[in-house]
Write a protein that binds this ligand. Structure first.
Ligand code: SAH
Length: 228
């Protein structure tokens, strides 16, 4: 079972969308669990202060190192990977989602305000990951993105364990176009080959479509795919 731990100032947000549909069922079946930790519980003063102004000036507030470190030290198991969601981080991708789906546990830290004191990141061996080149107001939505992409890779969660393996990124290509009933809709028919029942022809068609779409939409992925 995968145990995810989440450090946040807004624990009431979770599990939120992760408690719906197949993920909710998987949560009830203990295929994964989420331990949500309120960072504020580790604040020591009577006002439960979690943030302070940055040295050197500048706008906004930073999460205090003592409070965050306390929270981490009280909850993270030895050897567990800890990630801080941050726009400065290494780009999160399907490869890391796969790696995380094989861990027994990992921790995600959601920042707020202007971010966190840099010293916590280095002393607690925290890896910074970004979900994309844009700035969010807090790490919570990013943590949901990371968890969503990891949970669907856990055995037993998607119902059909094969459904994750054909998807975009799994083989370095974007997914081929898909069609369902009715066969003719608004005078448009589905591609003939998909009705042929010829599985090897269908496989070839899907691969060529995947390649064509990837070449046009994602030259970066296409270059990598051609090299491998
Ligand atoms: N001052 C910071 C931005 C802080 S944004 C900077 O310029 O780098 C506030 C919080 O939102 C961050 O602490 C982080 O946890 C989260 N966040 C913002 N953008 C993100 C992104 N692209 N990926 C992951 N987390 C992000």
């Amino acid at each position: 079972m995968l145990q995810a731990q989440l450090f946040t100032l807004y624990p009431e947000i979770f599990p939120g969308p992760l408690n719906k549909g197949l993920y909710g069922k998987a949560l009830a079946k203990n295929l994964w669990s989420l331990n949500v930790i309120n960072i504020r519980d580790s604040a020591k003063d009577k006002h439960k202060t979690v943030d302070d102004t940055p040295y050197g000036g500048g706008s906004g507030m930073l999460l205090k190192p003592d409070v965050l470190a306390n929270s981490i030290d009280n909850n993270v198991k030895k050897g567990e990977r800890i990630f801080y969601l941050s726009p400065k981080g290494k780009k999160f991708d399907q490869k890391l989602a796969q790696d995380l789906s094989k861990e027994n546990s990992f921790s995600l830290i959601c920042g707020h305000f202007e971010g966190v004191d840099e010293r916590v990141l280095s002393t607690r061996n925290i890896e910074e990951i970004s979900i994309g080149d844009y700035v969010l107001s807090g790490g919570e939505t990013a943590a949901l993105v990371v968890l969503d992409s990891v949970l669907r890779l856990l055995p037993g969660v998607l119902g059909n364990d094969k459904s994750a393996s054909d998807e975009t990124f799994e083989n370095g290509l974007l997914e081929y176009p898909q069609y369902t009933k009715p066969q003719i809709w608004e005078e448009k028919s589905v591609p003939e080959v998909l009705l042929s029942g010829d599985h090897s022809k269908i496989k070839d068609w899907r691969l060529s479509q995947s390649e064509a779409i990837t070449r046009v939409r994602r030259p970066d992925l296409w270059q990598k795919y051609k090299k491998d």
